[in-house]
Structure formats: C-alpha cells, structure tokens
Design a protein around this ligand. Structure first.
Ligand code: NOJ
Length: 536
C-alpha cells in the first residue's frame, strides 16, 4: 500500500493508450487504419495528455487473427505501411515527449511463418523442435484433452509428417516450443531488433501461455462450466498454462530489457490475483506491469470492487507497481458494460487509483460496442462459436473522429462498420462540449499528471457500501485527495466516519459541483463521482 521512495520511472507515472491500428486512422483510402494515420493523430494523443502509446500488432501477417498471427516479426504489414513509416512515427512520438510500446507475440507464430513452414516440412528438419509436435495416441486420437481458445481441440493433425501440433488459438497459430533454447534466442533477437530501433517497451501477448506441461497431462474437467461460456472453458487449463517454468522465461526477457535504458514489459495475463502477482518475478525480475484485468470482469458493485482493490494492493510484492485497465480489443467496451453514465465514474476510478492506467482507444469519447450483422463478422472467435456471441468486432470498430463520411476514419469502405451514431459521438463534437466524456478524460488526465498523490501517492481505503466507494490518495508534501464514487444510479449520502473529509471538490463528473466546500458529509446524485482536495 505504500508508495515507493525512489523516483518514479516513466511507466509508473505515465498513462498508456492502446491503439488498435486497423481502426485508428486510414491514410491511404483502403478502409484500414495504418501507421501514417496514427502519425497524423499524434497531435490528438498529445492533446489528450496521455504519454505512452501501445500499438496492437503491425507486423507481416496473414491476418487470420488480425495480426496476432505473425509471419515476420521484424517486418511491417504493407496494410500498415513500411519501415520508413514506422521510423517516422516513432520519431514523432518521441519528439512529442511520448513513448511507444509494441505488441510482442512470443507464444505462437503464423502457420505461414518460415519457421513453421520448415518445421512442418519433415520430422528431421532442424526447426522441427521449434514447435510442439506429438504422436497420436494408439487409437489415432489427439495427444490430450487440451482445447483451443477459439473452439475445438488444440491439436491439428499434419498429414505429411503424421503428427499433431499444438495451437492454443487458431490452427493457423501454432505454439512455439519455448523449452527449446533456439526459440528463446530467436525471440530475444526480435526484442533486440525493436529495442535497437528505439521502442520503449512491449506488451507481451498471452504471457501465461508460453510454456506447457512437459508430460502433457490432461486438463481437469471444469465443474463450473455453463453453456454460454467459450468451449475451451469445459476444462481448467492447469497443465496448458501458467506453468512454473514460465517465470524463468519472463526473467530472461526482463534481463534483456534491463540491458537497455528504462525499457519496460507489460504482460497480458488473465489469472486470479494471487497467481497474477507472481509475474512481477521474485525480487522484481519479471514483468514491470502484469496487466490487472479485474475491472473488466468484476460486477459493478462498490463493495466487491473495494474488496478486490484491497486484495490486489495486499498481494503486490514489495516494490511491485500496480496498474489498471477498463478495456481492450478483446473485451466488450466499458460503456457497453456499465452504461454511459457509469463509464464516467469508471474513468474517474481508472485515473485516480494507484498504478499505471491503460486507456483503450475510443473509450475517452464513450464509444460503445457496435452491433455487427452476422454476415459482416470478421473475428475468428465470433465465427467459430456463432451461438455464443463472442465476437470481438463490436469493440474494434473505427475511431469516431468527426461527423464527416465514415467519421473521418477513411474515405473508402471501412473494414468494419462504424457506430450508427458517430455524427453525435465523435472527437470533434466532444472537443466543443465542456460536459463531454472527452473533456472529463482530459481533465482527469491533467489532474492526475500534476498531482503527486494521484500518480505516486498511497492508496487508503475509506468506505464501501451498496452504492458508494471512497478512498484517499495521499503523498508527502503535496495535496491529498478523497475520491467518492457513486456506483449506483440512485442518490447516496456519504459521511466519512473514520477519516476527516474537509476540503473542496476540484473535479466532478458533474462540473457544477466543482468548487463546493465539503465538511464531513456529501450528498451525491446517481452516477456521480467527485474528487475532493483535502485540507492539509
Ligand atoms: C491475445 C490477444 O489480445 C488476442 O487478440 C489474440 O486473439 C490472442 N492473444 C491470440 O494471439
């Protein structure tokens, strides 16, 4: 719970913004966003006030999983541009005082990657052991019961070489064999390539998948499986993910990063808190920020959220730095999960909790999940399990910039349809409206960045009941704040019984409240959040 004493590094103080490149800005009228488009929007990102941009994959790829199936780790997909575009973008991002974080996908390649093409060519190919090849069981069936996240068995039969290979995702995404030192070295070389080009860090895809049980034991059946769940949840992935050896791999990646100046690594990890925090590494030699996804799945309930924040704060190892996420390209958007009014409260929570916040593009204008007709669904997760409503397309639609054709995203037909209401919900319009979500985000970002208590101070839990959540952020020699969030639609009365709560409201979801003096009790309207600057 204590803030650390040493000066904070950029990835601790800064706010990260995730760009999904296909959907941010098209510059060459092909209906798909690209690097040059992102470059043209650097000014916008600067005006928003964020300091680090994470790009989802921009590499060469057959796009079976929209870039998470890489066929060349050091090449740019022509849809996104070329290496000159990349160099230009990174230079401009750096000139604007911001950082650039790339996606790294070490768990699997595309089946079109030269490594896999070689590996599958014969059993004695030198790259055979770069992937996970196993014999069929005596009856010809798959080696074990492991399931693919995108439906069906995780094993694919290869006619030519008469063995199965393992793929945790699509069959077009074979998993690499991380027990092979050559694979490890090859991926570290990929990291070196981009670090030498100046990238400031990586978001590491499915970090907890990277190594699997060597004995290939069957996963246990999940007794809690319900029909609406993805089919892979029929078993509990105890042998196919989160193996003890993964931490040695993460440590190797970290050691490499530490040979460069202030580079960082975020781990994509969907695990319960006690297992998640292991990814910081013993003695902080693991991921700098194992993504904390709890706000994506917790019921929107003040007591449950308060308890989980405490659990997280309590589980963090010494010197481990927390982080918070409200959305990403795999999850329904926050506005669709909790509603537009509560999304404002959620923004206040994200930007006042202790730890690095990551904002998903478009959340800052309250973009909602866009209904995509079945004939237009592109996401393999949606296509493979059509009865379960699992498509991730609704949260990946083009950024809504203005009320011109296609919201200013493209002059061509966009790769994914836009929200029908983009002429009302867009950046240009919200820039002119002081009550907009965009203004709220900008003001929260600014306040966070100029307040040591918010970017670096302690977290002190104050209160949680059926409606409100309250906490204090406190720093030495700088103003402290009490944040009170009404997570319900009904008015609530809040009295600080334990902590003095004397001060002035400096930021509120309803700006009318700003400037109001608070003694020790406040009445909040439904969906209201306030930040009180406490009297010293
Ligand atoms: C996690 C990524 O975020 C997701 O989009 C992708 O489908 C899987 N990893 C497989 O790479």
């Amino acid at each position: 719970m204590n803030a650390q004493q040493s000066p904070l590094l950029w990835w601790q103080k800064d706010i990260i913004y995730q760009v999904y490149p296909r959907s941010f800005q098209d510059s060459n009228a092909d209906g798909i966003g690209d690097l040059e488009g992102i470059r043209r929007r650097v000014g916008y990102l600067r005006s928003l006030g964020i300091n680090a941009i994470w790009l989802s994959p921009i590499y060469a790829s057959p796009m079976a999983d929209f870039g998470y199936d890489i066929s060349d780790y050091t090449g740019i997909h022509p849809l996104f541009g070329n290496m000159n575009d990349f160099d230009r973008l990174i230079a401009e991002v750096h000139d604007a005082g911001m950082k650039l974080i790339l996606d790294l996908v070490p768990n699997h390649t595309s089946d079109q990657h030269p490594w896999f093409i070689e590996s599958r060519s014969s059993r004695d190919n030198p790259k055979r052991n770069w992937y996970l090849w196993y014999d069929a069981r005596p009856d010809g069936s798959v080696p074990n019961n492991w399931l693919s996240a995108f439906g069906g068995s995780a094993w694919e039969w290869d006619e030519t070489t008469q063995q199965y290979y393992y793929h945790a995702f699509l069959k077009e995404q074979p998993d690499l064999n991380w027990r092979n030192p050559e694979v490890q070295e090859a991926m570290l070389n990929v990291m070196r390539f981009w670090l030498d080009r100046g990238v400031d860090g990586f978001r590491v895809d499915v970090m907890w998948h990277m190594i699997k049980d060597q004995q290939l034991r069957d996963n246990p059946v999940n007794p809690g499986y319900l029909p609406h769940m993805p089919t892979c949840d029929q078993v509990l992935p105890v042998y196919s993910t989160d193996q003890p050896e993964v931490h040695e791999l993460v440590q190797k990646m970290r050691q490499l990063l530490d040979t460069y100046h202030e580079r960082m690594m975020i781990g994509e990890i969907y695990l319960p808190i006690n297992k998640l925090v292991m990814y910081y590494g013993a003695g902080n030699n693991g991921a700098h920020l194992p993504f904390n996804f709890m706000l994506l799945s917790l019921p929107w309930d003040a007591r449950q959220i308060a308890a989980s924040i405490d659990e997280y704060e309590g589980a963090l190892p010494a010197r481990a730095w927390p982080n918070w996420v409200l959305g990403n390209h795999d999850q329904p958007r926050v506005t669709s999960r909790v509603g537009l009014q509560q999304a404002r409260v959620a923004a206040m929570m994200l930007l006042t909790l202790r730890g690095t916040p990551t904002i998903y593009y478009g959340d800052e204008i309250g973009m909602r999940d866009v209904p995509i007709p079945f004939e237009e669904v592109q996401d393999p997760q949606g296509l493979n399990m059509p009865d379960k409503n699992l498509s991730r397309d609704p949260a990946r639609t083009p950024m809504q910039w203005d009320n011109s054709v296609n919201a200013g995203f493209t002059t061509a037909r966009p790769w994914l349809r836009l929200a029908a209401d983009y002429s009302r919900i867009n950046v240009q319009r919200q820039e002119q409206d002081p009550y907009s979500m965009l203004h709220l985000y900008k003001r929260l970002i600014k306040l966070r960045q100029q307040s040591p208590a918010l970017y670096g101070g302690n977290y002190i839990p104050v209160h949680a009941d059926t409606q409100a959540l309250a906490y204090i952020r406190k720093a030495e020699d700088a103003p402290s704040f009490m944040i009170i969030l009404n997570l319900s639609h009904r008015p609530c009365y809040f009295k600080a019984w334990q902590q003095p709560c004397k001060g002035r409201i400096i930021l509120a979801t309803s700006p009318e409240l700003e400037g109001t003096q608070v003694a020790d009790a406040v009445n909040l309207a439904g969906d209201e959040g306030i930040i009180i600057e406490l009297e010293p």
